[in-house]
Design a protein around this ligand. Structure first.
Ligand SMILES: Cc1cc2nc3c(=O)[nH]c(=O)nc-3n(C[C@H](O)[C@H](O)[C@H](O)COP(=O)(O)O)c2cc1C
Ligand SMILES: CCCCC(=O)C(=O)O
Length: 358
């Protein structure tokens, strides 16, 4: 097997058709944000403590009451079948092998129930807010019945941003890959794009409700007992509102550089958010998590866990379920080593004093 996550990236780039690679890898606008979270993490150095008993490091933790083997989950990503024909089933099997949390995208290419049937770890369901609320509520009921443990509402995408690679490629979903869980009447425009258009962006323009506000969040809160997570929060102001509206966790995220160009990199936004919520809800960091040390840095900045995105798709493209399992194992092995060498025997041992800025 490969030794770092970037080896899987190389393999995926070689294997996938160019427009698919561009959809997975690409960003919005000038693509300036593709690197900013990475740079923000790279600016941080670790401040190890010595002569701490690390003979029995415990990387395990819990998120919204679900025990996890490490502070690591899989970010919601649409259409895993773009990377491998087994799609989300392969991802769920790999995540389940270690009990890792998988967040299933609203636009998963496999049925929620099928994914639940093969998953060994906790599952969360991600939602975009559709103009038609019934298909969204229908999905929530199905998720509740299938044992999903939380809903993740993505709030940084009232529309899908201009993504130049997809526009250049006239990106549309290949025949045979579709959103398996959403009423086909809502999945307009996804399979054909005029030259100079992205089918994904057009679909979102037609179907996403960009008028929703905090009031609508209260409406959603009343309609499910499942814990509610907001994904894409980047300010202390919104974190405070989220807590007031009964949100259980936040994903501090700039959507992997695919939404607001020139946004604050998520690792830079995390400390002010951690200070604002002061333990009133759990925090997850996503974007550019590529090494176990990034998990340690995120915990020092105030996160309870991280989500990993594209590397999971690289693992899928490399070798399906085995590739995803290997990507997760690599991150966990690296994190375990960082814990020992940092003098951090458990996840509570990471504090802001564990990092310095270059
Ligand atoms: C191909 C692709 C599809 C994505 N689809 C979704 C999605 O359906 N819902 C969502 O909330 N975020 C989606 N995201 C964003 C991820 O959840 C995550 O925020 C981002 O990829 C994290 O950055 P990373 O890829 O650098 O790890 C997607 C990202 C990629 C690369
Ligand atoms: C409409 C599906 C969008 C998925 C995606 O590409 C993203 O969220 O970044």
């Amino acid at each position: 097997m490969e030794s770092t996550l970037y080896d899987y990236e190389t393999a995926a780039r070689e294997r996938l058709p160019r427009p698919v690679w561009d959809f997975l890898a690409g960003g919005s606008g000038t693509e300036s944000m593709l690197n900013t979270s990475r740079e923000a993490l790279d600016r941080l150095t670790l401040r190890p403590r010595c002569l701490v008993d690390v003979s029995d490091c415990r990387p395990d933790t819990s998120l919204l009451g679900s025990p996890l083997p490490a502070p690591l989950g899989i970010a919601p990503m649409a259409y895993h079948q773009l990377a491998h024909s087994d799609g989300e089933l392969a991802t769920a099997r790999a995540a389940g092998a270690s009990g890792t949390l998988l967040t299933v995208s609203m636009f998963a290419s496999r049925a929620l129930e099928e994914i639940a049937a093969v998953a060994g770890g906790p599952l969360w369901l991600q939602l975009y807010w559709l103009r038609r609320r019934e298909p969204m509520l229908d999905l929530i009921r199905r998720a509740e019945r299938a044992g999903y443990r939380a809903l993740v509402l993505t709030v940084d995408a009232p529309r899908i941003a201009h993504r130049p690679r997809d526009v250049r490629n006239g990106f549309a979903l290949p025949a045979g890959i579709r959103a398996a869980n959403v009423d086909p009447a809502v999945m307009t425009a996804t399979h054909s794009a005029a030259a100079g258009q992205s089918a994904i962006a057009r679909h979102a323009r037609e179907q996403f409700d960009s008028s929703i506000t905090w009031k609508d969040l209260a409406w959603l809160r009343e309609r499910t007992e499942l814990p509610l997570v907001l994904k894409g929060v980047l300010t202390a102001e919104d974190a405070e509102l989220a807590v007031q509206y009964g949100v259980d966790a936040l994903v501090v995220s700039n959507h992997g550089g695919r939404q607001l160009d020139f946004a604050t990199p998520a690792p830079d936004a995390l400390p002010e958010i951690a200070d604002a919520v002061a333990g009133r809800c759990q925090l997850i960091l996503d974007g550019a998590i590529r090494h176990g040390a990034d998990i340690a840095k995120a915990l020092c900045l105030g996160a309870d866990a991280v989500f990993v995105g594209r590397p999971v798709l690289w693992g899928l493209a490399h070798s399906g379920s085995d590739g995803v399992a290997a990507v997760l194992r690599t991150l966990m092995r690296e994190f375990d080593e960082v814990m020992a060498l940092m003098g951090a025997p458990d996840v509570q041992a990471f504090h802001r004093s564990g990092i310095a800025r270059k």
